[in-house]
Each structure stands twice: as C-alpha cells, then as structure tokens.
Ligand binder design. Sequence first.
Ligand code: FMN
Length: 162
Amino acid sequence: MLAAGGLSSGAHLAAFLTLGAAGAVVGTRFLVAEESLYSDVQKRAVIAAKSGSAVRSYVFDELRNTTGWPAGVDGRGLAMPAVAAVESGADITQIKKEVAEGTKRGDPHSVVTWAGTGVGQLSRLQPAKVRAHHPRSLYGSELTARRTRISYESYMKSLWPI
Ligand SMILES: Cc1cc2nc3c(=O)[nH]c(=O)nc-3n(C[C@H](O)[C@H](O)[C@H](O)COP(=O)(O)O)c2cc1C
C-alpha cells in the first residue's frame, strides 16, 4: 500500500511508513525540484502558495485544451482569476486569450500551475536527488522506526526539512 496526496515533508512520510505503508507517492513536492520542467514562474508560484491555494476545477484543463477526461474528473491547481471568472460564467475564449497573454508576460496569476494540497508547506527549490535519495537510503532504518517512531521522525526531519 502506498500513501498519496498532500505529502510534503519527511514527517509525513515517516508517519505513513510507521503506520505500515510500503512507500509514498510524492508529486507536488518535486515540482519545485531544480530538475522539474516547470517554468521559473510556476516554481515561484508553488513556493509562494499558501495552504488552501490549490483548488479543484474543470477549468484548468479547459484553459489548457486538455479536456476529454471521463465525467467527474477535474484537476487541482493554484487558484487563479481566470478559473474563478470562467466558473462565474465569463466567456472562455476571451479568458483563454488573456491567459495566453499573461503567460507570455510571465504573470504568475495567469499561468496554469497544477499543485496538490500540500503546496503550502513547500518553501524552497531543491535538487530532486535530495528528496528521493535520502528517504530510500532510510529503508534500513525502518526497524528502528517501528521501535521508536519519534526518533525516526526526528531523523527524517533532519534529512528532509520542510
Ligand atoms: C504536475 C502534476 C500533474 C499531475 N497530473 C495528473 C494526472 O494527469 N492524473 C492524475 O490522476 N493525477 C495527476 N497528478 C496528481 C498526482 O497523482 C498526485 O500529485 C499524487 O497523488 C501525489 O500527490 P501530491 O502531488 O499531493 O504529492 C498530477 C500531479 C502533478 C503535480
């Protein structure tokens, strides 16, 4: 069993491993890795985002022309004026034009930025290998973790600080 969704710190990972999960799926955290293909504007938007800034909407896909998902499948991204406008009935063609222009200007409020619920806890850019390598190297410590959850959490926190 893998834990997934909103996990953004070593403490989250440690908690789920301690509860018996075999591992964790981490998505949003890696958007702010140096290796991530997100633009600098998107990375900065993710880092600046607060908890609750990531909202579910069908409009993100509409703005990106990536529709065609089965009924009921939306996506979570950083709240932006264009999404709110379309949801309130604004003309999508006009809004798409404004979003395209804003994206060109590098306006962080005009670019679609997919992000999960843990976005408020991401505060800096880091290489992905720091994120991915350390937790893997800790599997040997799992027995210690089962004996004493607190020490495992502190250990994870020291390697994978928020
Ligand atoms: C850039 C990005 C694109 C994603 N695209 C999809 C997708 O197309 N379909 C899907 O089911 N989940 C998608 N996800 C959600 C990931 O599956 C989800 O992030 C994962 O469960 C980990 O959660 P977390 O991002 O809160 O860490 C995407 C996530 C990100 C960050």
